[in-house]
Design a binder for this molecule. Sequence first.
Ligand code: TXA
Ligand code: MG
Length: 354
Amino acid sequence: MKTELLSVDEKALKKAEALLLSGQVVAFPTETVYGLGAWAFSEEGIRHVYEAKGRPSDNPLIVHVAPGMDLHEIAAEIPEKAKELMKRFWPGPLTLILPKTDKVPLRVTGGLSTVAIRMPSHPAAMELISKTGLPIVAPSANTSGRPSPTSARHVMEDLQGKIPLILDGGDCQVGLESTIVDMTEEIPMILRPGAITLAMLEEAVGEVDVDPAVRMAVGLESHVTPKAPGMKYRHYAPKGYLILTDQGPDQTAEWIRQDLKEKEQKIGLIGSDEWISQVRGALGKVPVAAISLGSGSDMDEIGRNLFDGLRESDDEGLERIYGEAFQRKDLGEAIMNRFLKAASERRISEESKQ
Ligand code: TXA
Ligand code: MG
């Protein structure tokens, strides 16, 4: 199959609509990551989504909606707190889990009685959904297991030849997938951290829990099964051996020297500009590749660049990679959740030395 790459305009949107209506898939930009869209009520479209991604069929999809759409077609019940969160954060990087209607195919929800719903804020996503009037299921448009795509080029890398159309809307602003909040219990629960942070949610609706599995990434509670099925899969991992460290530049430089003494290998750093120059400073003349995620004083930028950085470490052929462990605070929670998964939870820190 030939994959067309088109900038978003009237003609491209028409083409996308025709594909969606005929049970095909279309990749499109959102403010978080690129999505691989299909019409939510097309069994054939949904099947194509799973096939193109190579995604396990028990991993449910998010239904994307636009302003003015009738949510009661999708959610059987919308509690007050959910309404409040929609009012505050939609359109935007927030997904809500609600009880599903009979109309939503079980294939969409992986057999669950609940459904994930999100209203993206990216103009192209909004236009696609509004113009067609179709609720659109869209997982991230990557091959299962790879970092989520934050540019049309990333989608091409993974899905060229497997899907008919990619709408190119430039780089994604947020760069990390949406926050997922389960609204089916009295106290809302974060199942996946994202740009809408715990503090922002609590400010809006009071107490909010965090699924213990979210913290699984620090290796503390690995016996816990996550409530979002997708969170249990290996994810984002680069080909090289990635280890996160919060042990300071001198210690990191020391490990790199040791590694190089043991065997010749392509070692790289991935982290903030500041951290990279500190480690390089500590290494002196020992050369080391580095992938910068931006300034450490701008966590939005770090979040935006993380997935691209992980992909780049593959392109550079890095075999052993030291990553900067960021503070798990605000957006840092989402960044570290993804980064630790990419590192298969390998982390060198004070805690892990106990
Ligand atoms: O930002 C995003 O959310 C992006 C863009 C494209 O909108 N989409 C995205 O979709 O990240 P995906 O499929 O890669 O991740 C969806 C996550 C998975 O972990 C899945 O298990 C979880 O949402 N999920 C979907 N429906 C659920 C449900 N009913 N209950 C619990 N978790 C659910
Ligand atoms: Mg995904």
